[in-house]
Structures are given as C-alpha cells and as structure tokens.
Design a protein around this ligand. Structure first.
Ligand code: V47
Length: 363
C-alpha cells in the first residue's frame, strides 16, 4: 500500500512492532506524508486501545497566577503588582472545586499554578488537605515537577521528602506540565527560570518510585527544531522504560499571543496532527496519548483520534493558562459533547478516572 512512500521502511518496522530510532523520528518530523504517518499512528493506537476513546470529567484549578519566573513562553504568570494578579485563599479554592461537583459529577481536580514567592510551602499542603477533607471522592492530580522542585527548595526536605509531604496531605498523582522541551539551549530561550531537564525527569522518577503515576508533556511550535522534539520524546521513553510510571503523553501546541514570543506564528493544524502521530509512534511504551482540545481545538482533537490519540482529556470547566495566551477554544465542555464527538468519529466513548479505570462506557 505504501510502496511509493519515502517512509516505507518505517511503515514495515511499525507493522512488525519494532521500536523506532532517533533517525526514524527525525525523518518523520521532516516528512509531509501525513497520511502515511497517520496510518502508522492509528495502527499503534488500535493495537493498544482498540476502538476505545477515553475522557475524564474533571476541573482545572489554578490557585495563583503570581509567579517569580518570567518565562518567555508564558502569558499566564504575572508579578504581584499586576492588576490581574490573584491568589485564592484555601476557602476560595475549595469553594470553586465544590461548585463544579454539584454541576457534573467530576472525579478529578487538575491543580497547577504560578510559583508565588509570598506563599509558604504549607499553602500547598494545606490546600490538598482541605480539598481531601471537603471533597474526599476527588482524585488530586496536582503540581507540576517545576512547582515540586520549587517547593523542595522551600521545605529543605529534597524532592523525595517534599513528595512525601504532599502525598501525606492528599496528592494522588502528578500532571505532566512544565516539561516544555528538554534541550537545555532551547530551555534557556523559552523558560530560563525553570528547572533543567534532568531535574524535571528526576521529580517524575522519584514520584514513580513512590508509586505515584504521572503524565508527560512537550511544548512544540516555538523556537525548537525537529531534533529537539525527537530528543525530548526519546528521553521520556527512556524514563518510562526505567519506571513505567507515565500514563499519558500530551503534546502541547504553543500559543504565542501575549507572551514574549508573540512574534512567532505557533504551530499549524498539519503540525498538530503530525506531532501527535509521531509521539504515538516514538512513545511505544506510553499507554495513552491525549489530544488536548483546549489547545488544538475540539474539532481537530476529534480528528486526532484517527492520528494516534486515544484520549480527549476532559471537561476542564475553567482553563486559564492557554487562554491567557490567546486560545480561542471554549474554557470547558459538557461531558455529553465529548461522548458525541467520540461516537461520531467511530470510537467507543469511555469515561475514565485519572488512573484509567473505567467509570462508564457508551457502547
Ligand atoms: O506547564 C504554558 C504549557 C502547560 C503556554 O498532565 C503553554 O494531564 C501553550 O501541562 N502555549 C499546562 N502551552 C498544561 C498541561 C496539561 C494540560 C492537560 C493535561 C495535562 C495532564 C497537562 O501548558 C504548562 C506549559 O507547559 N504552556 N504557556 C503557551 N503560551
């Protein structure tokens, strides 16, 4: 079927279930054979997840946008003097979470925010404790590796010790944010205040060793080159070989508006689909790949289910980080809309919890 394709040797390897190399990854990112790449990603996706497509009924909670870091990629973080600066009290944060549970039975809170120098580390543990006390049924997927490394500096207890404190306070798993691109020269240009790549990986390694699952992301479509993307994906694959603790990979499409990189155009729809599909191919040891509809739009996310994605993330309810950077998607979506989109694309919708246990299936 692909005898005229420049990628036919890669097609043969994928069909045979073989692992792809760095060079294969580069060739895929330099190719415009979207259909061939999509065919391979769909093959792998169906081997792993059959006709199922997952989503979670969740809510994002961003406790503060005050952040000491001035990352050029970010439009969300501000100084405490900025008129849009906010920090929820613990009571306000719990109130926001509670409002949602009464509307749609959410099962997960995704909690990430800025690194606010005015907050003591106990704010982070107190928040988890209060949420667990008031809403014990919710899974708390909280704090990126970047926030955890920042907290470790405040607690003085190291990464493991800090994760122990958070776990004891109610932390259930880690989201995948803050990974950006692992190449340190690119990190210098887009997030020079953030931890280095090896620290990001160390936090996830430590979490996995403690039995906490986590996710991983990659921010693409800014100043990076194809080789930086492939390097990023292969470093994730290596850690997953070691620990097996990653559940899902989420490619994050860069949104330039209101960031210090606003001169850049951001990725195209073609690049969104190609990056998602190549991620599915290189990350052969990740069980799930999410199409994050907040960033690529709900319509392309639906199409992405045929390009390697098996998960549409969730209902979200309120999203601030990508919307600060010009996202035009809705800030949340009702569960039934996700079910309809998945069905129409020819897959079986499965509402899952955070660790991919099935809650309901629409056969
Ligand atoms: O950490 C920041 C990225 C992340 C921009 O783990 C930007 O299940 C695009 O990590 N344009 C937050 N992206 C989102 C995230 C996430 C989303 C959904 C599910 C999960 C999960 C994780 O967004 C940040 C950062 O890497 N980001 N600024 C921007 N201008």
């Amino acid at each position: 079927m692909f005898e005229n394709s420049q990628l036919r040797d890669i097609v043969a390897r994928v069909e045979a279930g073989q692992r792809l190399s760095f060079e294969d990854g580069l060739r895929l990112f330099e190719s415009d054979e979207l259909y061939t790449i999509g065919y391979m990603a769909d093959l792998v996706r169906r081997r792993k997840n059959g006709r199922l497509a997952y989503f979670v009924v969740n809510r994002h909670l961003n406790p503060t946008n005050v952040c000491y870091a001035r990352c050029t990629l970010c439009a969300y973080g501000v100084t405490k003097k900025d008129p849009t600066a906010y920090t929820y009290s613990i009571e306000e944060a719990v109130q926001r979470a509670r409002e949602t549970t009464s509307r749609e039975a959410i099962t997960e809170l995704h909690i990430v925010g800025g690194m606010n120098p005015a907050l003591p580390w106990t704010y982070y543990t107190d928040l988890l404790r209060a949420l667990k006390r008031e809403l014990p049924e919710l899974h708390l997927k909280a704090y990126t590796a970047v926030e955890i490394a920042w907290l470790a500096r405040l607690t003085g207890k190291g990464i493991e010790g800090t994760l122990e404190l958070l776990k004891e306070a109610g932390l259930d798993s880690l989201p995948g944010g803050g990974a950006e691109i692992f190449d340190d020269e690119i990190r210098e240009q887009i997030c020079d205040h953030k931890i280095g790549s090896s620290d990001w990986l160390d936090v996830h390694r430590a979490a996995h060793k403690m039995g906490l699952f986590s996710n991983a992301t990659m921010l693409y479509g800014h100043v990076e080159q194809p080789r930086h993307r492939v390097d990023h994906l292969i470093r994730l694959r290596e850690l997953q070989d070691e620990t097996g603790g990653f559940q899902a990979f989420i490619p994050l499409a860069f949104h330039p508006e209101h960031t210090q990189l606003s001169r850049l155009p951001g990725p195209t729809g073609f690049d969104d689909l190609r990056t998602l599909a190549i991620s599915r191919l290189l990350l052969d040891n990740f069980p799930h790949v999410k199409a994050y509809w907040i960033q690529i739009g709900i319509k392309l996310a639906q199409v992405a289910l045929h390009f390697g994605a098996d998960d549409l993330d969730g209902t979200i309810v309120e999203e601030k980080i990508t919307h600060a950077a010009g996202a035009t998607s809705a800030v949340g979506v009702p569960r039934d809309d996700l079910v309809g989109l998945i069905r129409q694309a020819g897959f079986i919708p499965v509402q899952r919890d955070t660790v991919y246990r099935e809650i309901r299936r629409w056969d």
